[in-house]
Structure formats: structure tokens, C-alpha cells
Design a protein around this ligand. Sequence first.
Ligand SMILES: [Zn+2]
Ligand SMILES: [Zn+2]
Length: 281
Amino acid sequence: MRVGLHVSIASGLDAAVDYAARLGCTAIQIFSGNAKTYRVASFEASAFARFQERRLAAGIDPAAFHTSYLINLATDDAKIRAGSLRLLKNDLQVAAAGGVAYVNTHLGSYGNRPRAEGFAQVVTALEEALSATPPGVTLVMENSAGAGQLCGGTLEELGELVRAVGHPQLGVCLDTAHSWGAGYALNDKDGVDRFVEAAAQAVSLERVCMFHFNDTQIPLGGHRDRHYHIGEGNIGFAGFRALAAHPELRDKVAILETPGDEADDARNMQTVRMIFEGALA
Ligand SMILES: [Zn+2]
Ligand SMILES: [Zn+2]
């Protein structure tokens, strides 16, 4: 597995690459712009060309965008839906221009509407986004912790979306903290084996291109989204070691979205490296 961090772009794209390189990342995830607004990204295309050059020189590949947290493709609010699609399409375009392989997005919440109606709309939105996506970029749907009416809380629902859209550039990201929150016990080898088998059945592992490696302190099936330091939560060393050692996941990418400052990031990356070394021993 190639491993990296979600890195802040507050100090620019060059600083983001330097940060990832300093901490030993072989992959990277960033926001393409401000994650808390519907305004589209402000970086110039040339900045992303430079980003690509710089990160490849540092051995950091692939790169992923995480879309804005505001994106909601399942909502019945037409304005939010339109704004969400605009952001998603923009990220897909910028990714294609900047050599960014993955655009990871949350799907949003059905709110009070019937699930079937919201599901059909998510399918339409994904189709529309993908129809305008140049080759080389994969739109990656991130699983949710399944709270309330959140879309994508089960492997089955993600698999249904993959099949309903039927587009080769649609993939899935499995966030370990969200999976745990949704009730998948990833804290030992048996649990991880069952989870990977269930993902293979429901989604197909070919479509699972990315993992978010986050530990969490919430109880199993707690349906909350709280990230914690690797090995220091309920998933623990055994869970991450089983994921790192799983033969079917060797060519996947793992991105940490753990909390804290650079010292925390350095510790989490070191922990993951140790886990991988142990898993290979
Ligand atoms: Zn995540
Ligand atoms: Zn999360």
C-alpha cells in the first residue's frame, strides 16, 4: 500500500508537498480549494502543474482531492444540489489538468425524503459529473458512518451505486473510522477478513481504490464520525496491521486524516510505517 496524509494547502501547494515529503508520504490528499464554501477553487492551473512536478520528484504518487464538505448529492434542495455538482465537476476538471488521480467525495444526506428518490438523484448526479470527466481521473465515493439519513453507510449501498451508474471512472474509498462507526468490526484479522470479503462481494475490490486510515474512539456501530490517532483508538494496531497485511489490498492507497499538528502527523505516519514493517515481517 502507498501511504500518505491529508495535507493542508493553507500555505500553498509547494508547502503541502514539502510537508508530505518530510513526513515520508508516498501518496497525498488535499482539498482543491476552500472546503467550506460553494465557491470553486482559486488555484491557477499552472500551480497544479507545478504541484504534480514537485510531488512526483518527491516520489509522492498518487494524489487525491477531497471535495468540499458542503457537497450533498442526495438532497432535495435544488440549490444545494446545483452547487454541489458545480464543485464536484470543478474538482474533476482541475484534477484531470493537474495529474490528480482521485477525487474523493462524500455523497451527502437524504434528509427527510424517501431513500429511493434520493438514491436515484445521486445516480443522476454521478452520471452527470462523470459524463464531463476527462480520462485519467476516478470519482471516488467515500463511505459514511451511516448516521441518520447519510448516503453510503453500507458496502451494499456503495455497490448499488457503482452498478447503477456503471461508469469505469467511478470508485469507492473506505474510511476505517466511518466503517467502524457503521458497524464493521475492523479491530482484528477476522474482522478485517470479513470486511474485505464483504467489500469484494458488494462492491468488487477493483473499484475500491482508496482507504482512509483513521482510528476512532467511538463505540462500534456508533454512527458518529470522529477520527483519532492510528493505533490509539478502538481499531487499534491489530486492525491496521491486518489491513496492511491483507494480500488483496497491496496495490491500494491509504490516506490518514488523523487530528492534530505536525508532531501528531509525524507520529501517526511513523506508527503506520511500523505497522507495515510488522505486517510484512
Ligand atoms: Zn475520510
Ligand atoms: Zn470522517
